[in-house]
Write a protein that binds this ligand. Structure first.
Ligand SMILES: C[S@@+](CC[C@H](N)C(=O)[O-])C[C@H]1O[C@@H](n2cnc3c(N)ncnc32)[C@H](O)[C@@H]1O
Length: 348
């Protein structure tokens, strides 16, 4: 970073340095989850969120004809809260549990240790990369994983394309610098006309890399991926880069290595990309519709039947955060990608 010849970073390199620098990166040096941290994710808002995901996974496994051995893979497990609840729920379904090989892909060593403490299941395997998976059917789960991967930004000004960089020339004050970019050459390289009808592009090379491996696993061994994330469905891409610290938005450049940097996924872009890999079923909906269709409100009613009013109110208050359209209900979207032959639609 201090190297004088190396003070200009493409945006994805800047985000990689900010979030995942081995020593100083945001996710590598602290556990940012929870009320006392910087942000809170759905599994820590309500246990019912992860229970709904557990029901969805078990139902999908049944639809796949209950394979005797299959891989469940959580991508980016954070503090391990979702997997903790999944394991507890799976323990009530012994035939399912015995068939399920649980895997976690986690980049942060610190969070890996947190996950190992929170999820007390000796059989979980922490993967170094997805190619370590054996050839069983694979069910991938990604809650707020892809929005944490570095992105590039490209912008069109007067018919010319530029790539956004971050300039470190003045250490105290970072600023953006847009540098002319050969979009045609880039599109030839990625074999995809990403700029079609766009004036602004957000593109994550790592997302493409992961989706390629995941789609290939699904093609070879059957299965699917469930993505839950900040996302939008419109075709036109927009600038959605944001940083969060202590539950408030902050300036991406002012809090280098000390804030969470995220963006909203373009589900349209993901769909266009997976089309390049072959012909797959892709379903999408809002988090509100997904959780409601699986039965989060029915489950809350059963659970709270004999509870005192204050506990009952707490359960519904938490569910409201997850499904209300002015809170997470519409901001978060859910996408399911699977082989054509699987006619599974629970939640969509
Ligand atoms: C925003 S957090 C979401 C955590 C969790 N899924 C949740 O919902 O609370 C993103 C997670 O992905 C992990 N992560 C980011 N990039 C990764 C990568 N390339 N490979 C594996 N894990 C990664 C982070 O360390 C973190 O655990």
């Amino acid at each position: 970073m201090k190297n004088k010849n190396n003070r200009l970073f493409t945006l994805d390199k800047f985000i990689e340095e900010s979030l995942y620098n081995k020593k100083h990166g945001y996710y590598m040096k602290k556990n940012p989850f929870g009320e006392g941290g910087d942000f809170i994710t759905a599994p820590s808002i309500s246990i019912l969120f992860s229970e709904m995901i557990a029901i969805w996974i078990i139902s999908f496994w049944e639809k796949l004809d209950c394979p005797k051995q299959f891989n469940l893979i959580e991508l980016g497990a954070g503090n391990g809260e979702m997997m903790r609840v999944l394991v507890n729920t799976f323990n009530k379904f012994p035939q399912f549990k015995n068939s399920c090989k649980i895997n976690i892909l986690e980049k942060s060593e610190l969070l890996k240790q947190t996950q190992k403490i929170n999820i007390k299941d000796a059989k979980i395997k922490w993967l170094n990369n997805l190619n370590e998976l054996n050839n069983f059917p694979c069910i991938f789960i990604a809650n707020e994983f892809f929005d944490a991967l570095p992105i590039k930004q490209f912008l069109k000004k007067e018919k010319k394309w530029y790539e956004r960089h971050v300039n470190f020339s003045n250490d105290k004050k970072l600023n953006y610098l847009d540098i002319p970019f050969d979009m045609q050459k880039f599109e030839k390289k990625i074999k995809f006309k990403i700029s079609y009808k766009q004036t602004f592009i957000e593109y994550s090379p790592l997302t493409i890399k992961y989706l390629k491996i995941i789609i290939n696993k699904i093609k070879l061994n059957n299965g699917g991926i469930l993505i839950i994330d900040y996302a939008y469905l419109e075709k036109e891409m927009k600038n959605t880069l944001q940083a969060v610290s202590k539950h408030k938005y902050c300036n991406v450049l002012k809090s280098f290595r000390n804030s969470d940097i995220t963006y909203n996924l373009s589900f349209n872009l993901i769909n266009n990309i997976i089309k390049k890999f072959g012909s797959y079923t892709s379903l999408s909906t809002t988090q509100e519709k997904f959780l409601t269709k699986i039965g989060i409100l029915d489950r809350a009613e059963i659970l709270s039947k004999n509870m005192p009013f204050s506990e009952k109110a707490d359960i519904y208050f938490r569910i409201k955060r997850l499904i209300d359209e002015s809170q997470m209900g519409h901001l978060f979207k859910v996408m399911f990608i699977t082989n054509h032959k699987n006619k599974f639609k629970l939640g969509f």
